[in-house]
Design a protein around this ligand. Structure first.
Ligand SMILES: C=CC1=C(C)c2cc3[nH]c(cc4nc(cc5[nH]c(cc1n2)c(C)c5CCC(=O)O)C(CCC(=O)O)=C4C)c(C)c3C=C
Ligand SMILES: [Fe+2]
Ligand SMILES: [Fe+2]
Length: 365
């Protein structure tokens, strides 16, 4: 294998092109055990995701998990699969198209927008090569994770680095690290909830459920927990909810080790047992609906809450293609593209109110 990828032909006398690469986690190609196996293998072999020494993890992964989990997960995926494919991929692809439209309307039509999946397809390597072939010499990588975590955000950076290591003529790269306290993101979440409540009434409790990570990662310095708690506090404040009405929980525990607490499903069961009739659940850490929201929350957690005596369970969908979210995504991208957009052009075409707004929604923790 050659050390470097072949270079696309040199484009003479063309302006430097700028691109944005949106990245989300990844998903299988089909809701089948055969498609789940390579996806889970790639995902769970990443040492950023499972931090157990390789020698101990390899037999567990290959001997147990990749034997049992593909079929079980495939059944869950089948229950949420859309006509066009996996919800995570469908929403991410639509977000990329809407972002490109929004940028074009704001006078930034020259910026290319692509999307990639960290595990599965389209891969980061494939999309970066395609952008380079179209002449992009400046690429902003925007992982679609509002809260930074080593198991998500950092793996994107790692993978981009591996791609760069194969390129002779490397593009200039920028990364968005997180947007957990971005004013537009918090406002988009709050508006999503308010709209939902205007149509369906208000619950006794709002549960804000984030994807979990092993508790050990917090002890080792991963800021994820702190960023989730800040997002939760800012969202509750934006909605004017007192702390006792807005609860923060962590879902999707994997394996036997302790993960971040409180866990979502036991919390919902306890609320039902305490006589709370209606809860609404929102998942602010996911900007696109996926298996973890549509199946784990909207199906499994709903069943658990009702089974324990709850009366009404509402799942509030993710930001997906909401206009406020696409506007926010564009604002985050424009901030990070900065001088790549050309200063005169940016000043002339960006709406002043959006550019002048404070990006941080709140100070402190
Ligand atoms: C094994 C450890 C896992 C860690 C750590 C983890 C962190 C983490 N994941 C997301 C977002 C998503 N995870 C999704 C699915 C998923 N996650 C794990 C495991 C860990 N995640 C597995 C094994 C799976 C696959 C499904 C299954 O078999 O249960 C998804 C959904 C993908 C989809 O196709 O819909 C998302 C999104 C975050 C944000 C995170 C840490 C902060
Ligand atoms: Fe996950
Ligand atoms: Fe899950």
């Amino acid at each position: 294998m050659a050390r470097y990828w072949p270079e696309p032909p040199y484009l003479h006398d063309t302006a430097a092109r700028t691109g944005i690469l949106l990245v989300n986690l990844g998903t299988p190609d089909a809701p089948t055990a055969a498609a789940l196996r390579p996806y889970l293998k790639e995902f769970l072999s990443d040492p950023r995701v499972v931090e157990i020494p390789r020698l101990a993890w390899w037999p567990i992964l290959n001997g147990i998990i990749l034997t049992l989990r593909p079929a079980a997960s495939a059944r869950k995926y089948a229950s949420i699969w859309m006509q066009e494919g996996s919800p995570l991929k469908v929403h991410t692809e639509r977000q990329a198209a809407l972002l490109a439209d929004h940028l074009a309307q704001g006078g930034h039509g020259h910026v290319e927008v692509e999307f990639a999946m960290r595990y599965g397809r389209p891969s980061i390597q494939d999309r970066l090569q395609a952008m380079r072939a179209r002449g992009c010499t400046r690429i902003l990588v925007l992982p679609l994770y509002p809260q930074y975590s080593a198991s998500t955000t950092a793996t994107v950076t790692d993978e981009v680095g591996r791609s760069l290591a194969r390129m002779r003529n490397q593009p200039e790269i920028r990364f968005v690290r997180d947007f957990h306290d971005d004013a537009g993101y918090i406002a988009a979440l709050a508006r999503n909830v308010r709209k939902y409540w205007a149509a369906h009434g208000e619950p006794e409790r709002l549960v804000m459920s984030f994807h979990g990570v092993p508790r050990r990662s917090l002890e080792l310095g991963d800021p994820y927990y702190h960023e989730c708690t800040k997002t939760g506090r800012l969202l509750a404040e934006a909605l004017g909810l007192p702390p006792e009405r807005a609860l923060l929980t962590f879902q999707s525990r994997f394996g036997k080790a302790e993960w971040l607490q409180p866990y979502t499903q036991p919390t919902l069961e306890a609320l039902a047992a305490q006589g709370i009739g209606r809860v609404d659940v929102i998942c602010p850490g996911f900007v696109a609906d996926c298996l973890e929201t549509l199946e784990e929350i909207a199906m499994e957690c709903r069943d658990a809450f009702l089974h324990h005596g709850g009366k009404a369970f509402h799942y509030i969908p993710c930001l997906n293609e909401r206009h406020e979210w696409i506007e926010t995504l564009a604002a985050i991208a424009i901030d990070h593209l900065g001088n790549w957009l050309g200063q005169a052009r940016a000043a002339e075409t960006s709406p002043p109110a959006r550019d002048a707004r404070p990006r941080k929604a709140g100070a402190g923790h």
